[in-house]
Design a protein around this ligand. Structure first.
Ligand code: CP3
Length: 345
C-alpha cells in the first residue's frame, strides 16, 4: 500500500500498517536549507508570493526529515492581506497590520468572498507545483487559520498576549466581532475550496489562539465558524479529510461537535483525556510537547508514551504545536524515526 493512502486512510480512521507522522511548522527556520531560500527571497512575504521557492521549501522536510505528509508553504495571514489589509513581517517582531479593524466601515472596506479568495493565486500555483514534484506516496496538506485566530491579528494589528482589544469587542460590541468573523469565514470557505481544486489531499484549520476565549464563549466566537467551513467543504469534497487544531481548550473537549475527521491535540492536553472524551468520534493527531525535541531521550520517552495510549489506532503522530527554530535537525529526524519505529514501519 502507498503511504499517501496511509495518511489519508489514517485521517479517516481506517487501519494502517503504521502510524503516519508530520510536524507543524516543519518548513520553518530549523532547516538551514529553508534559511538559504528565505535569504534568496529577501523577506518572508516574497517567499509566500513565489510559487517556485514556496514549492521548494515545502518539499524540503519530506526529503530531509522523512515526514509522511508535506504541508504547503504559506502563512495564515495571506488571507487578511488579500482582503485588503496591509501586512508586513517585521524582523524579530513577527507579523504586523498597519491598519487594524476598529469599526463597521473598516469591515465594509475589506474585500470579501470570491474576489478575495481569487487573489490568492500564488498559493494555488504553489500547490500545483508541489503536486508535480511530490512523491506519489506522500500527502499534501493545505491549511487556513480559523476565523477567530485570523481576527485576532486583524483587530490587534499584531500578535498579543492579552487580546484586550478583541476581547473588548467580544464583550462590548459582539455584533462587530461577528461581522468580521462572518466575512472572514466566507473567504476561507472559498479559499479552501480553491486549495482542494488545486490539488491538496488534506485540510487543516489552525485555531492557534483558541485558548484566549473562555470555554463558555468558545463555540459562539470560534468553533461554530470552523464547523461552518468544514460543513461547506464536506458536502462538496467528502473524500478530503479535515483536521481541526484548536490550541489549548481541554475544557471544551466535552462540547466538541461537527463534521470533520481529525482533532489535533495540543501538547498541554493529555492524550488520554482527548481519547476518553472524543477518541471514538474523531481520529486524534499529536501531541508531543515541541520542546522535547531539544533532547533525543525526552523525545523517545514521549513518543513511546503516546504510542502506549493510542495503540496505533485512530492516531496521527505530530507535535502538539509548531517546531521551534533552534531545534537540531537530527533531533527532528529522530522524532520522525521514533514515531515510525514504535508503530512498526
Ligand atoms: O508548517 C509549515 O511550515 C507550513 C507553513 C506555515 C507557516 N505559518 C510558515 C511560517 C504555517 C502552517 C503557518 C501558520 C501560522 N502562521 C499560524 C498558525 C500555526 C501556529 O503556529 O500556531 C500562525 C499563528 C501564523 C502567523 C505567524 N506567521 C507568526 C506568529 C509568525 C512568527 C513570526 C516570528 O518571527 O516568529 C509567522 C511567520 C512564519 N510563518 C514563519 C514560518 C516558517 C517563520 C518566518 C521566518 O522567519 O522565516
Amino acid at each position: 500500500m502507498q503511504s499517501r493512502k496511509i495518511f489519508v486512510d489514517a485521517c479517516f480512521g481506517k487501519e494502517t500498517p503504521y502510524t503516519p507522522v508530520w510536524m507543524m511548522r516543519q518548513a520553518g527556520r530549523y532547516l538551514p536549507e529553508y534559511m538559504a531560500v528565505r535569504k534568496e527571497a529577501g523577506n518572508f512575504l516574497n517567499l509566500c508570493h513565489n510559487p517556485k521557492m514556496a514549492c521548494e521549501v515545502s518539499l524540503q522536510p519530506v526529503d530531509i526529515v522523512g515526514v509522511d505528509a508535506a504541508i504547503m508553504f504559506s502563512d495564515i495571514l495571506v488571507i487578511p492581506d488579500e482582503m485588503g489589509m496591509d501586512l508586513s513581517f517585521v524582523k524579530g517582531e513577527g507579523p504586523k497590520f498597519s491598519d487594524p479593524i476598529t469599526c463597521d466601515a473598516d469591515i465594509d472596506r475589506l474585500i470579501g468572498g470570491d474576489e478575495a479568495a481569487s487573489k490568492l493565486t500564488y498559493v494555488f500555483d504553489t500547490i500545483k507545483l508541489i503536486k508535480e514534484q511530490l512523491a506519489d506516496d506522500k500527502a499534501l496538506i493545505g491549511f487556513t487559520g480559523a476565523p477567530w485566530t485570523l481576527a485576532t491579528y486583524m483587530i490587534e494589528g499584531q500578535g498579543t498576549k492579552t487580546y484586550n482589544i478583541c476581547k473588548k469587542m467580544m464583550y462590548s460590541n459582539p455584533e462587530l466581532l461577528h461581522k468580521i468573523l462572518a466575512k472572514v469565514t466566507e473567504v476561507v470557505k472559498l479559499y479552501m475550496e480553491k486549495q482542494i481544486q488545486a490539488g491538496i489531499d488534506v485540510v487543516q484549520i489552525f485555531d492557534s489562539w483558541a485558548s484566549a476565549i473562555e470555554t463558555e464563549k468558545y463555540d459562539e466566537f470560534s468553533w461554530k465558524y470552523m464547523v461552518e467551513i468544514a460543513d461547506y467543504l464536506k458536502v462538496k469534497y467528502p473524500h478530503i479529510p479535515i483536521i481541526m487544531f484548536p490550541k489549548g481548550i481541554p475544557a471544551f473537549l466535552d462540547k466538541v461537535y461537527g463534521n470533520f475527521d481529525v482533532f489535533g491535540v495540543d501538547w498541554a492536553t493529555p492524550m488520554e483525556l482527548a481519547k476518553e472524551k472524543i477518541g471514538d468520534k474523531y481520529v486524534l493527531q499529536g501531541n508531543m510537547e515541541p520542546c522535547r525535541l531539544y533532547s533525543k531521550e525526552a523525545t523517545t520517552k514521549s513518543v513511546e508514551e503516546i504510542q502506549e495510549v493510542m495503540g496505533g489506532k485512530r492516531h496521527i503522530f505530530n507535535l502538539g504545536h509548531g517546531i521551534l527554530p533552534d531545534v537540531p535537525v537530527e533531533n527532528a529526524k529522530h522524532f520522525i524515526n521514533e514515531c515510525h519505529r514504535v508503530s512498526g514501519k
